[in-house]
Design a protein. Structure first.
Length: 337
């Protein structure tokens, strides 16, 4: 074997993550099926408690409500498959909503530039996170937490802590048109983003690299994978989709305050983890994340329909997440055995 062949041939350490990632991706279907079965079971229970959950229009409303968190969760899924985390996603959603409303300033002609500005700024924040993590090796948890605090501070200074900007006429109306009288356009946007994310995950080289790097970053480097570039791209997409989530929040609620999405990072992370994407990296996917998002919002709506007070709602929401996670784990283990 020539020296060139020796350099080109993957070492056992380099080949290891390929096999690990491949086996984990082969198990992704039963894992995804498990979390969707949990969602179906929750819908059956919800339907038994309230007939509202049996109405297609009401289910369309749930998907619409889930859109801001669901869109952002797609980007965070990429980051977490990679083995990272993005705690700045809630602040990025808030910033996207504020920038979009401020740039619109009540003028319909400004809608497209406002959306572009929000996406560009959010994508730039994600790219900065990725660059700092890839180049310095700083903990993603610490870095993105610092980014979140900084973004909240900046938006508070700019807005004065109040609603900022004027939403242009027609902006919200477009996103709330019902397709077939059932699914609002905003809900359709969430499903389209999720489908695009799933395509990127399963079809593209970038998607495959996420699993390889998440499974074993050191071996991925030995295999010659562009680890830094992949990290930067994953965080850029997370930021960009966070900005889109902010635009979706603005379209759904009309709120553009600096703290409009405060706490959303926990809902996003809960949905992603519930969907089977772990903090250790190398496993999970968009299909599970979508189911995780819908489980959260079915639970949110269920406690509201029952009429529980806010503190009781928190207890029920937490219990649903815990029970759903436990059932999902049992179904996943049964499917992979």
């Amino acid at each position: 074997m020539s020296r060139l062949d020796e350099i080109a041939a993957p070492t056992p350490a380099a080949a290891a993550p390929v096999g690990v990632a491949a086996s984990r991706r082969l198990r992704s279907f039963p894992e995804t099926l498990a979390i969707w079965l949990v969602l179906v079971a929750l819908l059956v229970v919800a339907g038994a408690l309230s007939e509202a959950f049996l109405r297609p229009v009401y289910l369309g409303n749930i998907i619409r409500q889930a859109a801001p968190i669901g869109i952002a969760a797609v980007g965070v899924t990429f980051v977490m498959i990679l083995g990272g985390v993005d705690l700045s996603i809630g602040a990025t959603i808030s910033l996207g909503a504020v920038l979009c409303a401020a740039a619109m300033n009540g003028d319909p002609a400004n809608i497209a530039p406002a959306v572009a500005l929000a996406c560009l700024a959010a994508g730039a924040i994600g790219a900065l996170n990725g660059i700092l993590i890839a180049v310095t090796g700083v903990s993603p948890f610490i870095l993105t937490l610092g980014t979140a605090i900084t973004l909240y501070g900046v938006t508070q200074l700019v807005t004065g802590g109040t609603a900022h900007g004027i939403i242009a006429p027609g902006f919200r109306e477009v996103f709330n048109v019902r397709i077939g009288g059932i699914l609002p356009t905003l809900g359709l946007a969430f499903l389209v983003v999720a489908a695009a994310g799933a395509t990127v995950q399963h079809v593209t080289t970038f998607g495959r690299r996420l699993y390889l790097i998440g499974s074993n970053p050191a071996a991925a480097r030995l295999a010659g994978l562009p680890v830094r570039r992949t990290v930067i791209l994953a965080y850029t997409l997370s930021g960009l989709l966070g900005g889109l989530g902010g635009i979706a929040l603005l379209a759904r609620s009309g709120v553009s305050g600096s703290l409009a999405a405060s706490g959303y990072e926990f809902d996003v992370l809960a949905a992603v983890v519930l969907g089977g994407t772990t903090f250790e990296g190398g496993r999970g996917g968009i299909g599970g994340t979508v189911a995780g998002v819908l489980i959260l919002f079915v639970a949110f709506n269920l406690v509201n329909v029952i009429g529980l007070n806010y503190h009781a709602q928190l207890v029920v929401k937490g219990a649903v997440i815990i029970v759903a996670s436990a059932i999902y784990r049992r179904l996943r283990d049964a499917g992979s055995s």
